[in-house]
Each structure stands twice: as C-alpha cells, then as structure tokens.
Ligand binder design. Sequence first.
Ligand code: HPA
Length: 179
Amino acid sequence: LPVRVMSQMGIKTLILTNASGGINENYRPGELVYIADHLNLTGNNPLIGPNDDRLGERFPDMTETYNKKLINLFLEAANELGIELKPGIYAGVVGPSYETPAEIQMLKTLGADLVGMSTVPEAIAAHHAGLNVSAISCVTNMAAGISKEKLNHEDVKLVADQAKDKFSNLLFKTIEKMR
Ligand code: HPA
C-alpha cells in the first residue's frame, strides 16, 4: 500500500534499504551491498488477486527489477566516497525467525548472497507500478552457520547503527546525482 500510494502521488524512483545476513563469504558485517536481483522465497506476491490495471499490467516482466541506471549512480557515488559497494542476489524470506544453517546452505546453493525479511514485496509492487527501483542492503551479520557466532537482533541493530553515516552519505550523494 505505501508503495502504491507514493506511486499515485507521482514519485518516479524508489530507493529501498534493508538489513541482511551475509551468505557470500566475501562480505563482512557493516558492509553495503547493492541488490542486483532477488529470489522471492516468501511464498507470497503482492500482485496476487485481481490486477488493478490503473496500477500496472497483469504479468509484469521482472528481467530488470533493479534499475541499472540507478545502480550505476550508486556505484559512482560509492566510488567518489571511497565506499566499497558490492553486488548481491537477495533472498527474501518471511521470517521472523532467523534461518537455520541448513536453510542458509540451501539459499547459497540457490545463488543467494544475502538473506532478509523485507524488500521483495516492495520491489515487486514498485516495479509493477513502473517505478525505477534500487535497493541497498547493510550486511548486519553473517548468516546462520556462515560464521560461528549465533544471531541476535541487538547485534543486528548495533551494526546497522554503526553503518548509518556511511549509508546516509551514500544515499545523499546518489540522490544528488539523480537531479
Ligand atoms: N537473516 C534474515 N534477515 C536478516 C538477517 C539474517 O541473518 N540479518 C538481518 N536481517
């Protein structure tokens, strides 16, 4: 609903942000990753039900859900700020429990670099509505079983808090480039 309300109000671009668990062992907690594509493993889809043609078409193509021009602006901004910004495939799951190590191994086999409990429904609804979508993820922890540490929500919030200046600098610089 918020995505559709913003779309009807006339926005053209939606930047989504989230916290995720890192599956790709090249990531480190606190790192920022741009979502290059996603795996919708939520078992749900915001477009289920009769299509409202005023919002978008029935069977939207999802080949480029995450807008390449926006990704390039993020990469330019990251480069200017000296921030490393790696690509990642984001597996969207429902949660709210964190994953088991076996589930993380399954997601890795499926090609996921990141896992999280948000973003995918918003990205689908926004792309359906014709918005230019981009999504940046803060890897707040290594996913279950990737490191020996157990997961805990306080650590996730702490790492997100530590990354907030870097994250907001990247957002502001990229938004300047969109003008
Ligand atoms: N799994 C799912 N969602 C998350 C995680 C995780 O490890 N970290 C932050 N959000």
